[in-house]
Design a protein around this ligand. Structure first.
Ligand SMILES: Nc1nc2c(c(=O)[nH]1)N[C@H]1C(S)=C(S)[C@@H](COP(=O)(O)OP(=O)(O)OC[C@H]3O[C@@H](n4cnc5c(=O)[nH]c(N)nc54)[C@H](O)[C@@H]3O)O[C@H]1N2
Ligand SMILES: Nc1nc2c(c(=O)[nH]1)N[C@H]1C(S)=C(S)[C@@H](COP(=O)(O)OP(=O)(O)OC[C@H]3O[C@@H](n4cnc5c(=O)[nH]c(N)nc54)[C@H](O)[C@@H]3O)O[C@H]1N2
Ligand code: SF4
Ligand SMILES: [Mo]
Length: 893
């Protein structure tokens, strides 16, 4: 039952491009098949991945179909030509600006745009429409890291590079599920452990797959990272582990920062109390950090997406500055960026508190950009950040909005309110690739078809400041156009023909590079003057390079700040005196738990792309909530039940996963499901979103919540060749399966209604059926001319029929002979399945791996040899290791 793993054939030269998912920025070789598809493989020459791809990267070929694509411009659901659409956008923006001032216009952009798209959007809005209200989904993602970098370094600079992960002796992962969210970097970390014995410490309230792999796992209380790193700073100071020379030569503000840290966490015992950790484990961590010169502390959303995110990041950076562990091989604080071009967006100034090219709003910076752009109407100060920006839409202050490359109706905190606010806009423009998103569905939208990955062309920057090309290898479908082109057309229609005249995407890039070096002379970190004169051909062929890359430099800088040279006025870094941690909202009798949200291994954000891949959709097919066994018992729910999770902002019905990996008192739910693919699982609606006072990044990890059982009479699945709507009143989640579309559902109905539904869905069909109405069981399959059209199974809720075996019958369009038909409805199919998918590359399920272990496999390698699981991308190795550990553990007495 193994699926074919696409490999490069000998036919055509592959196109070198970059994976469109996470900020690791892996190089991809894409080989189009000439029919709109392509096979992909890792690029052995790319320094981020050296040929490897994770489960998401290696299944990119399954996401290229044009199903569900926006292919033509439309205004409020009416198809129009490009001229009419662009006129409508330009008129809408102009009219709004004239009637209510330019500040009534806003842009909401995305770290998934290419740098060139982002540059043009930023220039149009801030330079020519004259609105400061330009923010991006990076506000929800990286803005606390940006703010912390700026406070400490005077600039938004990531000091290190990926080789530091290979060369560290200690890797501290804070609020990062690296194994699932940056899998190829995690493979590099595990390689370092094999090669040089690198120790891995994971700090996360939830025991994730990353935590399972750790040498030391610190399951701290949510929001208390600042206390942990304050305690560490005190410990380093009290144990003579400071780098006094580095502190004296290159920094300022150490004493007040240490003094503050002492107030928060004077010693290991106080740190343990403040974080909920044991004193011994705190002591172990402190000693390890103290004794290991080569430490990288990598952090992600458990740090950033927090009402104290900036302080958390600065508490980490303080410890690195104090030990001089920055900018040298194997050291440094390392912000892992989420989206493929989170960094590029920061470079062009896509955030509301930046202007352009890492410049802010000092009068001389505004003047510089005004002259460079010839933009007399340039803005002079910061605009609204994402959370207040959508509140201003709700209040009617902002009347025109252009959303590009993001799905805020799902991904913003308090997403139900955000979705409702969109309906109030006079002019609402969405540049999109997917037709069914919750944002595009807004009735009033002007929808513009954008080019998707494989069609678009430009550059992205990864977590280590490496700029890589994304290249075109597929024809533009329908009337889709590049985002930068769309923006430039609107710029021209608004009367700025000269400033928006680029003939090619390379010309946009040259202008962006030229701005970065304009009157720079070493005053700004972001300088790619070395790329400002690239010819179109050189741009086309450009190899991955790191910035800074000045005009005089031979190569980009790998590391910064080993001997100071920070971008503050006195060139010294700043220690930050951080605040004592405190979560924004308290729990209460009504909301006694805390809801943490995040990601799963095989899905990407709001499912518009990974949702197209049957293999990726098999890993976790329904929206779920993780809960600690004690909390589950108290709430009266068992593993697999449905439960209603409520917060003061919204509610969702999710499948319960009971796991000791959850911290008592904490729930965890992934953010991925939307109105488009579940009846009731919009987790974004639940998050509170209290903003960090420095960065404005909303809290998405600790909303007070309650959980109650949501009983249904029946559970089941329905698989059809083409997607069908779920009956009214059912709870459902939709997932693509090979050869069909699947619904996993819960319903108050029984066997009779199920049989009826099959007849409604397939009026002309022949049926094979088994029904036991008294027991509430129905299994049926519909056929036409011997070909399978659909299958439905329904059983009492506690039985939860599994669809793993039934799915296999849809893989083929062949005639099903009577024995196969009987097998399909026998119910035996359920137990003959391979269980939930573990290895996405080779489609190997849980039961098969358990079987391999039962047959004597004792290592990840042996499991791989037995059933191929884990032998391609390796993303599932942590899960296999966990299964092995569970199977081989002595059973409790
Ligand atoms: N598979 C997959 N990979 C992705 C993405 C995806 O959608 N799917 N998205 C990409 C993007 S845009 C991003 S931003 C990254 C995100 O990558 P990560 O940040 O690794 O992912 P998350 O699951 O959001 O959150 C990370 C962890 O923070 C923990 N956490 C919560 N509160 C706290 C706290 O107070 N302290 C600490 N120390 N930890 C806490 C959570 O329990 C969670 O395990 O992933 C990128 N990669
Ligand atoms: N509760 C909760 N909410 C969260 C998070 C969390 O952890 N918990 N994480 C936050 C984070 S870190 C992030 S990064 C966001 C992500 O949230 P979103 O940005 O909303 O998620 P995506 O699904 O990636 O949305 C990208 C959209 O752009 C479209 N698209 C893809 N390529 C292109 C293109 O080239 N051009 C255009 N115009 N459109 C394109 C896709 O079809 C898709 O609809 O979610 C945030 N929200
Ligand atoms: S780690 Fe995976 S998702 Fe991230 S860039 Fe590499 S292949 Fe793509
Ligand atoms: Mo993100």
């Amino acid at each position: 039952m193994n699926l074919h793993v696409p490999a490069l054939g000998p036919e055509a030269d592959p196109v070198r491009t970059t994976c469109p998912y996470c900020g690791v920025g892996c190089g991809v070789l894409a080989r189009p098949d000439g029919q709109g598809g392509a096979s992909v493989a890792g690029d052995p020459a790319h320094p981020a991945n050296h040929g490897r791809l994770c489960s998401k990267g290696s299944t990119l070929g399954e996401t290229l179909s044009l199903d569900d694509r926006v292919l033509h411009p439309a205004i409020a659901g009416r198809r129009v030509g490009w001229d009419e659409a662009l006129d409508a956008v330009a008129d809408g923006l102009r009219r709004t600006a004239e009637a209510h001032g330019p500040e009534s216009v806003a842009f909401y952009l995305s770290g998934q745009l290419l740098t060139e798209d982002y540059y043009v959007a930023n220039k149009l809005a801030k330079g020519f429409i004259g609105t400061p209200h330009v923010d991006t989904n990076s506000r929800l993602c990286m803005s606390s890291a940006v703010a912390a970098h700026r406070r400490a370094f005077g600039s938004d600079t990531v000091p290190g590079c990926y080789e530091d992960l290979d060369e560290a002796d200690l890797l501290v992962l804070v609020g990062s599920n690296t194994a699932w969210c940056h899998p190829i970097l995690f493979r590099r970390m595990l390689d370092a452990r094999t090669k040089r014995g690198t120790k891995i410490v994971v700090i996360d309230p939830r025991r994730t797959q990353t935590g399972e792999e750790a040498d030391l796992f610190l399951g701290l209380r949510p929001g208390t990272d600042t206390a942990l790193f304050s305690g560490l700073l005190v410990h380093l100071s009290d144990h003579g582990a400071l780098d006094a020379r580095y502190i004296a030569d290159h920094t300022a503000g150490f004493e007040p920062a240490l003094e503050r840290a002492r107030q928060i966490a004077p010693d290991a015992a106080a740190t343990a109390r403040a974080t909920g950790l044991g004193e011994a484990e705190v002591g172990t961590f402190f000693a390890l950090f103290r004794a290991t010169p080569r430490v990288v502390t990598a952090f992600s959303q458990g740090v950033n997406q927090s009402a104290q995110g900036t302080d958390k990041a600065n508490a980490i950076i303080n410890c690195h500055l104090a030990t001089g562990r920055i900018g040298t091989p194997g050291t440094g604080p390392f912000s892992l960026t989420g989206q493929p071009n989170a960094m590029g967006g920061r470079e062009v100034g896509g955030l509301a508190n930046m202007l352009a090219a890492h410049m802010h709003f000092a009068p001389e910076e505004v003047d510089l950009v005004r002259r460079f752009w010839s933009a007399p109407r340039i803005i002079t100060g910061e605009g609204l950040k994402a959370v207040p920006l959508f509140e201003a839409i709700e209040r009617g202050k902002i009347k025109a909005l252009w959303v590009m490359g993001t799905n805020p109706a799902v991904s913003m905190p308090r997403a139900d309110r955000v979705r409702a606010a969109l309906g109030r806009l006079d002019t609402f423009v969405v540049s999109e690739v997917a037709a069914g998103t919750d944002t595009v569905r807004a009735r009033n939208a002007i929808v513009l078809p954008a080019l998707a990955w494989g069609e678009k062309d430009g550059t992205v920057t990864n977590s280590e400041r490496r700029i890589t090309r994304q290249r075109t290898f597929l024809k533009a479908p329908g009337e889709a156009r590049a985002d930068w082109w769309i923006l430039a057309q609107v710029g021209r229609r608004l009367g700025h023909a000269k400033q928006f005249a680029w003939p090619t995407v390379a010309a946009v890039f040259r202008e962006h590079a030229a701005l970065s070096e304009f009157e720079n002379r070493g005053s700004r970190d972001f300088d790619i003057g070395g790329l400002a004169d690239l010819s179109d051909a050189a741009y086309e062929a450009a190899a991955p390079v790191q910035w800074p890359l000045t005009r005089k430099a031979k190569a980009g800088e790998r590391r910064l700040f080993a001997s100071g040279g920070f971008y503050t006025r006195d060139r010294r870094a700043r220690f930050v005196a951080v605040q004592k941690p405190a979560l924004a909202d308290a729990t209460s009798d009504a909301f006694p738990l805390r809801l943490n949200t995040g990601r799963v291994r095989d899905h990407w954000h709001t499912l518009t792309r990974t949702g197209k891949s049957p293999r990726l959709s098999a890993h976790r097919a329904v929206p779920f909530v993780e809960i600690h066994p004690d909390d589950a018992a108290r709430a009266g729910v068992a593993d697999g039940d449905l439960a209603r999770v409520r917060t003061p902002h919204g509610a969702a019905v999710l499948e319960v996963t009971v796991t000791p990996g959850a911290q008592a008192g904490m729930l965890f739910a992934p953010m991925h499901w939307s109105e488009a693919n579940t009846s009731d699982g919009r987790v974004g609606a639940l998050a509170q979103g209290a903003a960090d006072p420095v960065s404005g990044q909303p809290e998405l990890k600790a909303t007070p919540a309650s959980l109650t059982p949501e009983p249904y009479r029946s559970r089941g699945y329905l698989i059809t060749r083409a997607a069908v709507p779920a009956p009214h009143g059912w709870w459902w989640a939709r997932a693509i399966v090979e050869g069909g579309s699947g619904l996993i559902f819960a319903s108050q109905e029984g066997a009779a209604e199920a049989a009826l539904l099959m007849r409604e869905l397939f009026p002309e069909a022949a049926f094979s059926e088994y029904a036991d109405p008294a027991r509430g069981v129905y299994r049926g399959a519909a056929f036409r001319d011997g070909r399978l059209l659909g299958a439905l199974a329904l059983a009492p809720a506690a039985e939860r029929p599994s669809w793993e075996a039934a799915k296999a019958f849809f893989r083929t369009q062949e005639l099903l002979e009577p024995p196969a038909r009987r097998a399909l409805i026998s119910g035996r199919a359920e137990s003959a399945g391979s269980g939930p998918l573990v290895c996405a590359c080779h489609t190997v399920g849980l039961d098969v791996i358990r079987g391999a272990v039962a047959d004597g496999a004792r290592s990840v390698e042996a499991v791989g040899a037995a059933c191929k699981a884990g032998t391609n991308c390796g993303s599932c190795i942590p899960e296999i290791r966990e299964l092995l550990a569970a199977a081989l553990a002595p059973s409790p007495a």
